[in-house]
Design a protein around this ligand. Structure first.
Ligand SMILES: Nc1ncnc2c1ncn2[C@@H]1O[C@H](COP(=O)(O)OP(=O)(O)OP(=O)(O)O)[C@@H](O)[C@H]1O
Length: 374
């Protein structure tokens, strides 16, 4: 089970008598980020609500720092566990400082008066999220990204051992998503916090998580490091994707092959051959996809930056292992060029190891099939 700060052992979570998900066993160590992923309605929020204490577990065990959670007194649990849920917080008439200070409630007396130590903790938390300047601003008159940072400050103020976040990036634009998750990563490491959250953005989940827990059909489908989880084809199955493809290496989602999956022998007349490589082809592949133009590409080495997008989108890829390019691959690529209506070359120059692609380009030029990049 691991010596993590938190673990769930065969947890069942749900409403009434029906578990939404069960048999969930995973842990989150100190300084670690663990992310729940899965389709809509899989039960991610229900699991987080159960761990936060908002719902009673329907089975199994939750352990924080070696102690079963149901045995941790309420007030102590409130210190150890901070919750950042995205439901609109009622923050009218409160300044950002007031909202942050609410994180100190497990430490204040019955009157909720902040001691000097509490005030310092509030200052420090605001500073950590780069929110000092927001302190006096009304909480309901700041941006969603700023609000999210203040909510994190409130959680940090609690000096917890673990933070739970339900889709913390859902209202943020791409800049704030990255900024917020980087901040979370930094806090997890700096403060030795365990972080458990749900995320819809798989690329971010892959980049930020130490471990990923996949929930599907009421159970834990997979749990492991991003490398163990995001194997080719897995995400498509987890989400029941009938169109498109998730690029496990690049962490991005690709749409379906233009014109549907075409067998190479059925390549339509308007097909294009793309000479790419070294990341130069991805934009062109996606443009052709948007225009619904089937294409073949090559010759790509098996570690080429363009390969994941090529394999997701091309009707066929002429792919070779690292090392000298076999004559057979060159013959195959030439045959494809002959079958395609035109050739797009994405390269502005060819390296010494790309002689075969340079020759292909010359071959295409002689055949009168070359065009610019578009
Ligand atoms: N209060 C509730 N009472 C009964 N059933 C609920 C309640 N809230 C959610 N559910 C059901 O529990 C299941 C899991 O919902 P949950 O919100 O946990 O999924 P999720 O994985 O977080 O989904 P999403 O990705 O859409 O946010 C769904 O079938 C949902 O309809």
């Amino acid at each position: 089970m691991g010596n993590g700060c938190f673990y769930a052992d065969r947890l069942a979570a749900g409403y009434g008598k029906r578990p939404v998900a069960e048999g969930l066993s995973f842990h989150a160590g100190r300084g670690e980020i663990v992310t729940l992923i899965g389709p809509n309605g899989a039960g991610k929020s229900t699991i987080l609500k159960t761990i936060s204490g908002g719902l009673a577990p329907m089975g199994g065990e939750l352990v924080l720092d070696g102690v079963p959670m149901e045995r941790i007194p309420r007030k102590e649990r409130a210190r150890k566990l901070a919750v950042v849920f995205t439901e609109k917080l009622q923050g009218e008439l409160m300044t950002c400082r007031d909202v942050t200070a609410a994180g100190r409630y497990p430490y204040t007396g019955r009157l909720g008066l902040l001691s000097e130590k509490d005030q310092r903790a509030v200052d420090q938390a605001l500073e950590l999220v780069h929110g000092t300047d927001l302190g006096d601003r009304p909480f309901d008159r700041i941006s969603d990204g700023q609000r999210q940072r203040i909510m994190l400050a409130r959680a940090l103020c609690q000096e917890p051992e673990m933070i739970l976040l339900d889709e913390p990036t859902s209202h943020l634009d791409v800049k704030y998503k990255l900024e917020f998750l980087s901040l979370l990563r930094e806090m997890a490491r700096k403060k030795d916090l365990s972080v458990l959250m749900s995320l819809h953005e798989l690329d971010l989940a892959e980049r930020i998580s130490d471990r990923v827990v996949c929930i599907k059909d009421g159970r834990m489908d997979r749990c492991g490091t991003p490398e163990q989880v995001f194997t080719p084809g897995y995400v498509e199955g987890l989400f029941g994707m009938t169109a498109g493809k998730f690029d496990a290496a690049g962490g991005s989602v690709e749409f379906s092959v233009p014109g549907g999956a075409v067998k190479p022998e059925d390549l339509p007349e308007n097909a294009v051959f793309v000479i790419a490589g070294n990341g130069s082809g991805r934009q062109v592949f996606r443009k052709l996809q948007r225009e619904n133009v089937p294409f073949v590409t090559g010759i790509l080495f098996e570690n080429d930056l363009d390969l994941p997008a090529a394999e997701a989108l091309a009707a066929h890829v002429v792919k070779v292992p690292l090392g000298p390019v076999p004559e057979e691959a060159v013959r195959e690529a030439r045959a494809w060029i002959r079958r395609c209506q035109r050739v797009i070359c994405c390269r502005t120059g060819f390296g010494v190891w790309e002689k075969e692609n340079e020759d292909l380009f010359k071959y295409a030029e002689r055949s009168g099939k070359t065009a610019g990049e578009s």
